[in-house]
Write a protein that binds this ligand. Sequence first.
Ligand SMILES: Cc1ncc(C[n+]2csc(CCOP(=O)(O)OP(=O)(O)O)c2C)c(N)n1
Ligand code: SF4
Ligand SMILES: [Mg+2]
Length: 302
Amino acid sequence: MSLEKIQMTEGLMDIMPPEYQELVSNATFGNEDRSWKDIGSSKELIEQHSLCAGCPESIAFRFILAAIPAPEDTIFVGSTGCTSLVFPHVGVQNIHSLFGNQNAIASGLKRALKLRFPDKEKDVIVLAGDGATVDIGLDYTMQSWFRQENFTTICFDNELYANTGGQESGLMQKGFVAKMAPMGKKFEKVRLPEIAFEAGCHYVACLTVSKPNRVEKAIRNAIYVAREIGPTYVQLYTPCILEIGKQSMEGLDEMKDSEAIGGRFVMKELMTDEVREFLKEKDAEQKERKKLAKAKAAAVTA
Ligand SMILES: Cc1ncc(C[n+]2csc(CCOP(=O)(O)OP(=O)(O)O)c2C)c(N)n1
Ligand code: SF4
Ligand SMILES: [Mg+2]
């Protein structure tokens, strides 16, 4: 199935790196219902990364890349930060933008793709840190929402500027003392999900990456709504274990603690009534597709 989507010139086959050959033959391209459950049985679109060992951003990348409905027709726009170290390892087209400019770049890209491929859905996804999204890039981010640009913005919220050693960000929690912010944060964590909704996003989700099925659903919802209705925003808590003084295996516990009742990352979804109805239809379509696929598979083995 993937050969229909990503092909290699036959004469070059034997000189291409084995990882690329495997990507062509064994990745889950061309299957709208790709899922995190394919991890382990198919070629992943990210298999190594350059983040700190145990950084939750790495698992967030895996879940997102396993969940996007059409990787062969998707372009990510990244920004400077820990996330930008990962993009060179990712098997999906991506653009690195100047820190903070990501939503402006994505706006032009999405519009250009619409003109160039009027009959084909091309998904544009911004993936940037909280410093890029909320502080330095907030103007461009919000303006893209005001303009109702049809793409999804994902923020990896680690509540500080990790890549430059731990400066304060607007998403940092009140009172937190970071390595390069010794006075402690003086005001509350900025409520970006609510701001995003009020600024024109039609679907907003805020959650940790402790549960792959939740991440998958939020990402797919956001992409489908961005295609047909308008801008969407997903904020994922990916704690910087280095800055909060945790060991590499403690990221999951940190996320679980913060999503428990009363925590800062209890899962939140905001959506318009139109989106609620739209997503119900999408769910029904997916169920039907899965039913048909199951019946087809049963017929083949019978
Ligand atoms: C225009 C510009 N301003 C500032 C920087 C310096 N800089 C690089 S990464 C970074 C912080 C990134 O923080 P965040 O977006 O939260 O990502 P994280 O590293 O936490 O994942 C900054 C300020 C830069 N590279 N370019
Ligand atoms: S500095 Fe923090 S956010 Fe960056 S890779 Fe390391 S643990 Fe992850
Ligand atoms: Mg950050």
